[in-house]
Design a protein around this ligand. Structure first.
Ligand code: DGJ
Length: 740
């Protein structure tokens, strides 16, 4: 059992392969957080707690005159608002009488085999063979029958601990939840950096690393989606931590709506990190007898830097978050028509694209936006999910049949959550879109958002989609969402429940996706929100891949995919080769470099093949074969960030290596090229030091290196692999290493 309860000391120990997480119920029944770090013997770590009389640090009544006992400075497991801890709280409630002060004390616990799940919400699950246990600790309000159940999933071999919270109202009055965080970590000692992933549309998940300083530093979203702007994944790291050294704690929030992560450095130089649903747009009414589950947070501790943390998250996301047929089955190499045609296509044009794609070895043709309703631009049509047969020149079934006859699978785009004002659906049901009574709603990309908290709205869209999907052979679906949510008001909820709408919306979205994946279990669904505006572990529970960014420029993608890689594996990152000059940046890069970058993703093409030269088509044929050959290594190997694209170096390099070190694929992109270049080496990782490796350059130009040979793993890792001189700007190189 990975959960050890020391009854005498009232200490709970949660043990994973490399970490130990500990909490203790003290003599007042306060649940203290005593340790989270490297796995050791489960000693009672409360010896580290320093009890002193700190001025203006109040004392709970039951501590009588013990002025050294203050919740304001003690490390706590789930601190509540209003009862003497003045730091950021994990839970704030408001009772019917208007009072908010909440004192929680230990009321029981339960240790269970297996991993808990959460009704209606995504959660890490145990696969056959995984060791998983659950601890439930119950806290109770000292005043009333209000219970807070803290759930811990201990995934020993995965090295992951998950947390979720259930609040249960057994009082006879209504209670409002105003802030219910999913996790809280208190550290009495240490100076930390806060790593977060910021960005914007077409520039998602850029790494930011800042020292946690006195005060509160936070990232979050109140956009109704996890957002392009901050990702619901953060890292608290020792200030000296790097890829392969130092302690760090990664937290991934499995939720696709509003979130908040706050790091607070307090008066005693202690650090608290809380993460959960953003409270700004959240007020949840719990009637007597009702309960509320928070979404889940998954946490990984590493004593060996970011790389080990990343490997644990990659494995977990790939095998214990993603689900369905395509969790393991090879994903088809696709061609998407969006950047090739945008809205300007006909059925004939699509078939020509598909024929060219098939000829190059593509396996799936994806028809993006513009095939339905009245939709020749983005002003109209959303909500009218019936096929525009006039534009296609045939039914969707016929189009899909012709595409299948070319030997391709067929996929299609939807944006189920949105509605155009110029649509039949809006004319019929204007109240289905979010709008505050008496105020004109904000438009985003000319469109409004449907109230997906409503079952009737979801049912209508679901039925419409099924009618389309049932009349054509569709193996792939792209689920897009092209704006953020504002003007939140649900026409069917009373005033006192309007604070629940954004969360209910996310639950509605998950419910829809669950139904869809249940009905079409063999269909591959790719998530998307204007690129990577909802790239989170919550969505990955339903869609095993997500379009990473609307920026398809290979050089921009280096940073985007680098930031994304801290938590999310290659198999989740939608990445395509697009045309040059690139549509977003105007940059010109070699087609081989575009492929090198897209290969460390789900890999596909997004261009008009008719505009390719014969030489480029031939190159694509070679790329596709290369990707297929190294697919397993790329998609299931261990991922190594060999350099940082944010540093001022000439090359950016990364590697995918077999877990046993027997083979590896190293990808390098020359970010700069100038005359008389100074030599650079890149140090590899994940190899067996004493083994010898053959090094094969599998792209065209190997510069001046000698191909093959026998290089010891130790030499390649500790001395490095010399970088070739690029012959053209942004040239890329891929090396396949195999143990001799
Ligand atoms: C945004 C997506 O990210 C694009 O790939 C494309 O599907 C457009 N929407 C279509 O409107």
């Amino acid at each position: 059992m990975a959960i050890i309860f020391n009854e005498k000391e009232a200490v709970f120990n949660l043990c994973t392969k490399n970490s130990l997480y500990q909490m203790k119920s003290d003599s007042y029944g306060v649940l203290l957080h005593t340790y989270y770090g490297k796995r050791t013997e489960p000693v009672d770590y409360s010896y580290l707690i320093c009890k002193r009389d700190h001025g203006f640090a109040g004392n709970p009544y039951e501590a009588e005159n013990e002025r050294t006992y203050s919740l304001d400075v003690l490390p706590q497991e789930y601190p509540s608002y209003g009862a003497g801890d003045f730091r950021r709280s994990a839970l704030k409630i408001c009772r019917a009488d208007g009072t908010c002060a909440l004192e929680l004390r230990m009321a029981g616990y339960e240790i269970m085999e297996g991993k808990y799940s959460i009704p209606g919400l995504p959660a890490v699950y145990a696969e056959e063979g995984n060791k998983a246990d659950t601890l439930k600790v119950t806290l109770k309000d000292t005043r009333e029958e209000l219970y807070v159940h803290l759930y811990y999933g201990v995934m020993e071999d995965l090295d992951v601990i998950t947390r979720a919270v259930r609040v249960e109202n057994r009082t006879e009055e209504n209670i409002y939840l105003e802030r219910v965080m999913s996790t809280c970590l208190d550290f009495s000692y240490g100076d930390f950096d806060f790593l977060t992933f910021y960005g914007r549309h077409e520039m998602e998940r850029q790494l930011s690393r800042m020292a946690v300083h006195h005060g509160v530093q936070s990232v979050g979203s109140v956009r109704g989606a996890s957002s392009h702007h901050y990702n619901p994944f953060v890292v608290l790291a020792d200030q000296k931590a790097g890829e392969t050294n130092g302690e760090c704690y990664g937290i991934s929030f499995l939720y696709s709506g509003d979130f908040l992560a706050e790091a607070e450095h307090d008066q005693m130089k202690q650090t608290r990190l809380v993460m959960g649903i953003h409270p700004d747009n959240f007020r949840y009414l719990l009637e007597p007898g009702q309960d509320f589950w928070t979404p889940e947070a998954a946490m990984v501790y590493s004593s060996q830097g970011f790389e080990a943390m990343t490997h644990a998250f990659h494995k977990t996301v790939r095998n214990n978050v993603c689900r369905g047929k395509y969790k393991n089955a090879r994903r088809p190499i696709l061609l998407n028509n969006w950047e090739g045609t945008y809205f300007a296509f006909t059925g004939e044009k699509l078939l020509k694209m598909a024929a060219d794609a098939a000829d190059m070895g593509v396996e799936l043709f994806v028809l993006d936006d513009g095939w339905f309703g009245k939709r020749d631009d983005d002003y109209s049509g959303l909500g009218d999910w019936y096929v525009n047969e006039k534009k296609l020149g045939c039914t969707l079934g016929e189009l899909s049949e012709k595409i299948h006859a070319l030997g391709l699978k067929f996929g299609i785009w939807f944006e189920p959550e949105c509605i155009s004002e110029d649509s039949d659906l809006y004319r019929e049901h204007p109240d289905w879109a979010f709008a505050v009574p008496g105020k004109k709603p904000m438009r985003g990309r000319y469109q409004l958002v449907l109230d997906f908290s409503r079952e009737d709205v979801r049912n209508h869209i679901f039925d419409q989609m099924c009618k389309v999907l049932d009349h054509a052979q569709v193996e792939y679906l792209k689920w897009d969402f092209n704006r953020n949510i504002s003007d939140v008001y649900s026409a069917v909820l009373p005033a006192e429940r309007q604070g629940e709408v954004v969360h209910r919306y996310v639950l509605g979205l998950y419910d829809f996706l669950e139904r869809l994946t249940g009905r079409y279990p063999d269909m591959l669904i790719e998530g998307c929100s204007g690129g990577g505006g909802r790239f989170d572990a919550g969505m990955l529970y339903y869609t095993p891949q997500i379009w990473c960014s609307d920026d398809t420029d290979a050089i921009e993608r280096l940073r985007i995919q680098y930031g994304t890689s801290f938590c999310y594996p290659v198999s989740t990152m939608g990445a395509h080769v697009s045309a040059c000059p690139n549509h977003q940046t105007g940059r010109i890069t070699p087609i081989d470099t575009r492929a090198t970058v897209a290969m460390s993703g789900t890999f596909g093409y997004e261009l008009d093949p008719a505009k390719l030269s014969e030489e480029e088509k031939e190159e694509i044929r070679v790329q596709i074969e290369r990707f297929k050959k190294y697919y397993e290594l790329i998609q299931r190997g261990e991922y190594y960030r060999l350099t940082s694209p944010f540093e001022d170096n000439c090359y950016h390099a990364w590697e995918e290596a077999a877990a046993d070190g027997s083979e590896a694929l190293v990808s390098v992109v020359a970010k700069r090229c100038y005359s008389n270049m100074a030599p650079e080496v890149v140090k590899l990782r994940g190899l067996i030091p004493e083994a010898y490796y053959e090094v094969h350059c599998i792209t065209e130009n190997d510069g001046d290196r000698k191909e093959g040979g026998g290089y010891p793993g130790a030499a390649l890792m500790y001395a490095g692999l010399p970088m070739p001189r690029p012959g053209v700007e942004y040239e890329s190189f891929q090396y396949y290493l195999v143990k001799k």
